[in-house]
Design a protein around this ligand. Structure first.
Ligand code: CAA
Length: 380
């Protein structure tokens, strides 16, 4: 078993690190303050090829694979988690929906634009009454000739107010439970696409999360992904990949917290010496680093399985479970090491603490990851 990244992977990691540290860090603090979408950061990610990480080269993508994407997402999230969420959802849930389930026509029409960032992609699964129980969604799609008419409201849609193309899951059979859901590709420019209330959030403030009203929206039949009534499996299959992306976010936030904590502990003096000299602080650093590295191994393993075309749902949930918990642990301890200073906006750990929180909630809560993992043993 090889625990070393290849030379190419190390170069990718280094390039992403230099880019993120020079271009994203300051913009992250600004977006957190203004709550404005990190549009410039996303444009720059597009220039780096980071919006086409899951898109094959023949469609203009950088085709970095799941492990390559984790390396990039770790660096992006270490600098700016709002940018990280946008890049992750765009790649793993939107682009990948077309790569895996789209017709040739849909691939040709959308992938080249998504790969450069000319179009930004989103994912609309959740609704007011269907969060963890995603299969109970009620947003309706009714057939009208070759077209479908979508009607209903989706909730918690990341960058739904600024994206161009969204994978929308809607009910096409009222009586068939999760066997009556279909995946549609919807352009935000089409009539009937109406972003609603923007949530006022604790963290990820540079990533607008909105309600999305689909008001009798006409969607051509050619924009159905996969087969009618088979959308729930598509939603779940995409989330297997998405959860690896969010695990990458957990790694990035954890790394940022660890680095901030080490730096502060080396500079801050109490009782005549740097607080890094105290066992209580060393114990925190050791726990943070170990949780980070354990989560990293799980995340790289899940990504490697995906790249090898092997089943990876259980491993993706394990990676997301551990990496999201590591980021919350690291953020809590980094803030504690900073003491009162960490509780102010003078230091970024306060933002890391707020940004980390949602990693245990979106793309499946910690509790849902445990359900997926347990079921994989109990119902193999
Ligand atoms: N891949 C493919 N198919 C899958 C699958 C997977 N990973 N998981 C389940 N399925 C299939 C099953 O095989 C089953 O098919 P059959 O009936 O043909 O056998 C079908 O789906 C139903 O499976 P379950 O019985 O397991 O379904 P369930 O209703 O019990 O729900 C769940 C399972 C794991 C709880 C699921 O609802 C879930 O993951 N909930 C969390 C939802 C979630 O993560 N939402 C995130 C929103 S998106 C987001 O946050 C993005 C963002 O903006 C950041």
């Amino acid at each position: 078993m090889d625990f070393e990244l290849s030379e190419d992977q190390q170069m990718l990691q280094q390039a992403a690190r230099e880019f993120a540290q020079s271009e994203l860090v300051e913009r992250a603090a600004e977006a957190d303050r203004t709550e404005e979408f990190v549009a410039d950061s996303i444009r720059l990610c597009g220039e780096m090829g980071f919006l086409g990480m899951s898109v094959p080269e023949e469609y203009g993508g950088s085709a970095l694979g799941a492990l390559g994407a984790v390396l990039v997402l770790t660096e992006i999230n270490k600098a700016c988690a709002a940018t990280g969420t946008t890049v992750s959802v765009h790649n793993s849930l939107a682009c990948e929906s077309i790569v895996r389930f789209g017709s040739d026509e849909l691939k040709q029409r959308y992938l080249p634009k998504l790969a450069t960032g000319e179009m930004l992609g989103g994912y609309a699964l959740s609704e007011a009454g269907s969060g963890s129980d995603a299969g109970s969604l009620v947003c309706k799609a009714t057939q009208d000739g070759d077209d479908w008419i979508l009607d209903g409201t989706k909730l918690w849609i990341s960058h739904g107010s600024v994206c161009d193309l969204v994978v929308v899951f809607a009910r096409t059979d009222a009586d068939a439970g999760n066997k009556g859901i279909t995946a549609f590709l919807v352009e935000s420019a089409w009539e009937g696409y109406k972003p609603g209330k923007k949530e006022v959030k604790m963290g990820l403030r540079g990533s607008p999360t909105v309600e999305l009203h689909l008001d009798k929206m006409r969607v051509p039949g050619s924009n159905v992904l996969g087969e009618v009534n088979r959308g729930f499996g598509i939603a779940m299959g995409l989330l297997d990949g998405g959860r690896i992306g969010i695990a990458g976010q957990g790694l990035g936030i954890s790394e940022a917290c660890l680095e901030a904590a080490v730096k502060f502990a080396g500079e801050r003096e109490q009782f005549g010496k740097p607080i890094a000299a105290f066992g209580a602080v060393q114990e925190k650093i050791a726990e943070m680093a170990t949780k980070l590295e354990a989560a990293r191994l799980l995340t790289y393993r899940a990504a490697s399985l995906k790249d090898a075309g092997k089943p990876h749902g259980r491993e993706a949930s394990m990676a997301k479970l551990e990496a999201s918990r590591a980021s919350n642990y690291c953020a809590k301890e980094a803030l504690q090491i900073h003491g009162g200073a960490g509780y102010t906006r003078d230091f970024p750990v306060e933002r890391y603490f707020r940004d980390a929180r949602v990693t245990e909630i979106y793309e499946g809560t910690t509790e849902i990851q445990k359900l997926v993992i347990a079921r994989s043993y109990l119902r193999p």
